[in-house]
Design a protein around this ligand. Sequence first.
Ligand SMILES: CC(C)=CCC/C(C)=C/CC/C(C)=C/COP(=O)(O)OP(=O)(O)O
Length: 305
Amino acid sequence: MPFSLHFSPTPLITAPSPLSKPFFLVPYYHTLHAPKSPFCSSTEHALTHQGKKEAFDRGPEDSQTLPLGLRRDAMPSHVAVIMDGNRRWARLRDLPVRSGYEAGVESLRKIVEICCKWGIKVLSVFAFSSDNWFRPKVEVEFLMSLFERGMQEDTGIFFRENIRISVIGDLTKLPKALQELMVNLEEATKNNTRFQLIVAVSYSGHYDVVQACQRLALKAKCGLIEPSDINVSLMEQELETNCTEFPHPDLLIRTSGEFRISNFMLWQLAYTELFFAQSLWPDFGEAEFLKALLAFQQRQRRYGV
Ligand SMILES: CC(C)=CCC/C(C)=C/CC/C(C)=C/COP(=O)(O)OP(=O)(O)O
């Protein structure tokens, strides 16, 4: 099951993740609020609009616990991740490449769960770059099948947990069935407000800037705008990250010890804080994520001022 998100302590869970431990069994946690079950008690209730309002529309202040030292008031709104090192992880274990990607999906699931618990609003992940099309066909096909399964299996979790899914990139290159699944899931979850997962597929920063320029050029050609109207704000309205309230990642994490941006969100990363982790993505878990967030909270962001 590549991308079925299991959140603790949802009663429907059959195989809880380590995070489903009661808060008092997780030693470095401290309680900021009395623990209360954050999720509603029945799927039916969760799926009604009223139930959704009552059960999920909570601000970060309702998250039960934060690890010691992590400040709620300095939490990044938008975290972007370059999930690097899946194939190396598999090779190190003499496993097929696909096992690396599958382990990568599991890692993503855990990080999404943590984002929801700790009150991060948006997570963008670089799941497939424009250049990844040049990888061996069998690998590309496997990744497409992973995306397909991710968009198909147990999508009810996105409604139960009030999660919005957005996909950015040149979707026209994807298999038609996958395009449809993505568009449908985006549409179905577009009013979910607790957390937004942005999946970048067939995406590159160059692609994004070029498609935005093309749209602006078209508007100018149709007489809707003057070329001299074009400014940062108009440009940002055309970038693919116009799907989120927080288009500029506060923090970018890249795993696997590489120190590159690799053509991810080039425009949007202008003032983003960067964090490079040694772990390969499938090994990147709660402890490492916490390290990145603590480092972020130590930074002084001056925006050139
Ligand atoms: C449903 C969903 C959103 C799935 C996401 C799956 C996932 C983890 C994709 C990552 C793909 C990718 C090309 C990573 C780069 O690391 P690499 O694999 O190239 O690793 P390497 O640097 O070791 O070769």
